[in-house]
Design a protein around this ligand. Structure first.
Ligand code: EPU
Length: 419
């Protein structure tokens, strides 16, 4: 198991390029299950979760080839309709195989993903919606077993919560269903629009993605396509924080501001100078730093995937910040580790009160508990006095492509070491 060793106290400055988005690439890869012809995807990040997804696709008969950031997938005929536990347990997004398999093959057997560190994460919204479309679902020995002998049919679906995964699941399933599907209270994350773009490139009839109401008119078949995955807005924002937290500045190219407005708003409020141009954003430490309150919300609200990183930043700014987590019930696991490094953060229910203090962090050995928590510990390590060792960075490798190289190219001293 590798760990990161970080020598803190270096000022990070310079330009880095954002990678393709993990959370956009995963549903797009699962959407290739819908199509018998060859699909070519560009800007697919080299991450552990992507490898897992490609193994799941190979497991049902797909021919997969990869060169750098380009992946080609061809699934002329399925040899199985199963997503086995051994792969699913490492990545919850695997449940996104259910809709496409039911739509194309009328049957599916997908392991039920367990809970994970950040919460219990049920999939009831996915299942209820698929049942509304005519799927018969039952739970058998930890697997969701689905059948729809007469095929899926369009339905009017009202989500009780705008779930990102359920919106993607139903967009994919409805693309090949008979008739019209309307999703109300749909998630509006930019990754939903990216999936919509890919499905349209394959010939699907979808409109309204990016709004709360998505309309999909099913078509009998989809065709091959070439498509580019959007930039990773969570990685980009994490890299933007790396400059100002060390008193420096970072420019991230290959990104746009429009899908990160809520994050950039909090960053500005905390005293960071944010500038942007065509295809780039720059964040530079301001003359004074301030506390800033925020609450995580579905898009266009503040993203839960950037809660931990911003908290690491605010803990070393001047002033008090109140951070509320409303999406996941257990997403403050970075707090005890940040506190061990010297931060003053108190959690009361779903709210963390951060008493910011410049220079609070001191290097020590800390343990990563999930993907975004790991990133917050790395950010704290960059500004801490002395050496920080972040252990269990396999969490980080699920979602950040070569983070140590990117931070080193900005002047950070971050080295990957074997345990
Ligand atoms: N929920 C339910 N029932 C459902 C589905 C969701 O109760 O059927 C609840 C969840 O338990 C959670 C909330 O709704 O409390 C949000 O879940 P959502 O379905 O929106 O999230 P997701 O699709 O499971 C994606 C990202 C997450 C990101 C969330 C929220 C991917 C692969 N994952 O998860 O990313 O936090 O949306 O934006 O796109 C990460 O990258 O670190 C990560 C966790």
């Amino acid at each position: 198991m590798d760990y990161f060793e970080i020598e803190g106290g270096r000022r990070l400055s310079g330009t880095v390029t954002a990678s393709g988005s993990k959370n956009a690439a995963l549903p797009i890869l699962f959407a290739t299950l819908l199509c018998p012809a060859k699909v070519r995807l560009r800007k697919v990040p080299r991450l552990h979760d992507i490898k897992t997804t490609l193994s799941l696709l190979e497991g049902v008969g797909a021919r997969v080839s990869r060169e750098g950031e380009t992946v080609e997938i061809e699934l002329a005929k399925l040899s199985s309709t199963e997503a086995p536990y051994d792969l699913v347990r490492t990545m919850r997004a695997s449940v996104l195989m259910l809709g496409p398999l039911l739509a194309r093959e009328k049957s599916a057997r997908v392991s039920l993903p367990g809970g994970c560190a950040i919460g219990s994460r049920p999939v009831d919204i996915h299942l209820t919606a698929l049942e509304q479309m005519g799927a018969e679902l039952k739970l058998e020995a930890g697997y969701i077993v689905g059948n729809c002998p007469r095929g899926l049919r369009g339905a009017e679906i009202n989500f009780r919560f705008p779930s990102v995964g359920a919106t993607q699941q139903i967009m994919m399933a409805a693309s090949l269903a008979a008739g019209r599907t309307v999703i109300r209270n749909a998630a509006r994350e930019p990754e939903i629009e990216n999936l919509g773009g890919f499905l349209r490139a394959m010939g699907a009839k979808i409109s309204g993605d990016g709004t709360a109401e998505i309309v999909i008119d099913g078509v009998p078949a989809l065709s091959g396509a070439e498509f580019e995955v959007m930039f990773d807005r969570i990685e980009a924002a994490t890299l933007l924080l790396a400059g100002p937290i060390t008193g420096g500045s970072t420019r991230v190219q290959g990104m746009e501001t429009d899908c990160l407005e809520a994050f950039l708003g909090v960053l500005r409020k905390s005293g960071v100078a944010v500038n942007s141009g065509e295809g780039w954003v720059e964040a530079a430490a301001g003359a004074a730093s301030h506390g800033a309150d925020f609450e995580t919300q579905p898009h266009p609200g503040y993203p839960t995937d950037l809660q931990a990183q911003m908290m690491a930043f605010l803990a070393q700014a001047n002033g008090i910040s109140r951070v509320s987590e409303t999406i996941f019930e257990n997403r403050f696991m970075h707090v005890p580790e940040l506190v061990r490094m010297g931060a003053d953060i108190r959690v009361e229910g779903g709210q963390a009160v951060v008493h910011g203090k410049p220079g609070c962090y001191q290097g020590t050995t800390v343990m990563a508990t999930d993907l975004r928590a790991s990133a917050s510990l790395v950010l704290a390590g960059l500004v801490a006095k002395g050496t920080t060792r972040v252990r269990r960075i396999y969490h980080l490798d699920r979602g950040y492509e070569s983070l140590e190289s990117k931070l080193s190219s900005l002047g950070g001293a971050v080295v990957r070491k074997p345990e």
